[in-house]
Design a protein around this ligand. Structure first.
Ligand SMILES: [Zn+2]
Length: 83
């Protein structure tokens, strides 16, 4: 089962990318299959996502969801079938 990416995971990703203010992830939306480019930036409250969101599964894989699907479908139950 996949969950919205955890702050601890983002901490690790940003720690690996020393000096970067934002990270980019791209791939295909697991819902609609369209190409998505996500920008993740560190904010004073945590992290902000632009263009889409990231989920992580218990197998350490990331799933991408575009902004459109995130707003319209949200965290669907189909995520569990994707891995
Ligand atoms: Zn989508």
């Amino acid at each position: 089962m996949a969950t919205l990416i955890k702050e601890a995971t983002l901490d690790r990703m940003f720690n690996d990318a020393v000096g970067k203010k934002h990270l980019k992830q791209s791939g295909q939306c697991y819902c609609c299959g369209s190409d998505v480019a996500i920008k993740i930036e560190r904010t004073f409250r945590g992290y902000g996502f632009h263009g889409g969101v990231l989920y992580e599964s218990n197998t350490d894989q990331f799933l991408i969801q575009c902004e459109h699907c995130f707003k319209n479908i949200g965290h669907s139950n189909h995520l569990g079938d994707a891995s």
